[in-house]
Write a protein that binds this ligand. Sequence first.
Ligand SMILES: [Zn+2]
Length: 137
Amino acid sequence: MYNSVKMISTVDYTLKRKSTLRDLRAGRISRWEACDAHPEVTRIARLSGEATAVACPICGKLEVRHLHFVFGDELGPLSGRVYPSQAIRDRLNSEYSSFICYVVEVCTACCWNHLLRSLHFESNGGNGRAKKEARRS
Ligand SMILES: [Zn+2]
């Protein structure tokens, strides 16, 4: 158990999101390019995305959902999946020493999608793989 896993850094993509929206409004990119969520991502957002009170910046509908994609060597085949934020806090945070969570907003109405932030979790002292190996022995 890794009770000491903590979020060590966050990368916020708010400025990139604003830039994309500015480019769309200025005609530098098309709506087709801005609203290009893969059908599978949109389906996952519909089924297990976390509802928000955020209006879509493109269509204005309250259909924006957040997806939390989690990646990490220790997760093995579970890496790259979408997890509820509560599972990240309660379970992954104690089972794995290191992982990254990418939070993506997806509008299920118009397929707008954008990376909001990445959260880097790591236990005190660092190398998750080394700690997992040590745990096995
Ligand atoms: Zn929308």
